[in-house]
Write a protein that binds this ligand. Sequence first.
Ligand SMILES: Cc1ncc(COP(=O)(O)O)c(C=O)c1O
Length: 425
Amino acid sequence: MDYINFSKEELEKMLKAEEKTLAKFGKRGLAIDMSRGRPEKSQLEIGMTMLEDAGAYNYELASGDARNYGGLGGIRQARELFGELLGLRAENVIVGDGSSLDFMYTAVSFAMQFGVRGETPWKDLPKVKFICPAPGYDRHFAICEELGIEMITVPMLDDGPDMDTVESLVVDDESIKGIWCVPKYSNPTGIVYSDKVVERLATMKVAAKDFRIFWDNSYVIHGLYDNNDKLKNIFDVARKAGTFDRVLTFASTSKITFAGSGIACMGASEENLTEYLRHLSIREICPNKVNQVMHVAYLKNVDNIKKIMQAHAEILRPKFELVDARLTAEFAGDEFVKWTKPRGGYFVSLDVRHCAKRIVELAKTAGVVFTPAGASFPYHIDDNDSNIRIAPSVPTLEELSTALDVLICAIKIARIELFLSKVFN
Ligand SMILES: Cc1ncc(COP(=O)(O)O)c(C=O)c1O
């Protein structure tokens, strides 16, 4: 909608009408949470057969009884399964408990505390910086904030981070120690890194010997359609380039079986994993291997995981399509309202210039909660105040439809308000 064609009076009238609509929603006592990428209840039901069959699984493995202590890096079968999923050998994978974020936080804190492969512990350096492609995953940025790592915001493009900027930064700044990447169905934009970007990340010249790519492959098999979107295997490129040590990858079954109660892994060079396990051995004796046996017995192999993920996609796809259809119906061709159309993952990224905060605030008054505006940026600073992360997975289709009514109404109000204040004040 181009508001330039309307008089002040017409705009005020339109604003009043939208405010009245929003107030009506407010009176309905809605409580729709679209703030986090959680699976909905029917998705959680898919994995229940794993629990129902649990008594019959074989916990007495050749390597030892999974119900007892031992095996800090996880059971071989789970390492092989994640290896198959990530394109790595079992030797390059360790499997832990329910959270890949835990692996990421721990890897960064070990580097802080003890250093990486003989280099100075990061806590003893005057400054440690990470490159943070944005919009990105808010919890990655929270790790940096918590551990005192300075974040350098780099734009996220349609095929991955802006590599010209990344390369120019890492080439001569030794204090840059890492970059966060969600390479497939990125959080929140849903993009898949192009082969070129993967190659450049693996081969770029880096000043810091202990620079690490945090390759968070959380959505490795989470396609909404055919699951045929290909991500180049960064480890294959890195092996050829002699940079295998540079990449640490992470994944979990949080959105395959149970969120937070699945199994998670870290993939890396054997030397990196040995160092990680050395520190970990002081903290714990072994992970929950009973859960690992259950997961391996249930998930079996990647072909079977693909079938399970089809069942998830059937629940999720209509929700993503509804978001796109409703936004298209209202805002197609509007240069001020843009959104992504992901083929996988859990998020749609919406951009409405200069009024994201106001939109989120307005939606909240009607009982629809989004992730706080700006959360997808380091230090919560979105220079254009434009980005809103939409997580359509939790609400039912009916609730989602109502939430989109509220969102659309909030967008209109915020934009008219902005226009009135800019043009007529
Ligand atoms: C990009 C990304 N990484 C990690 C996680 C958390 O994964 P986990 O449950 O394995 O800790 C999420 C959850 O939404 C995510 O979006």
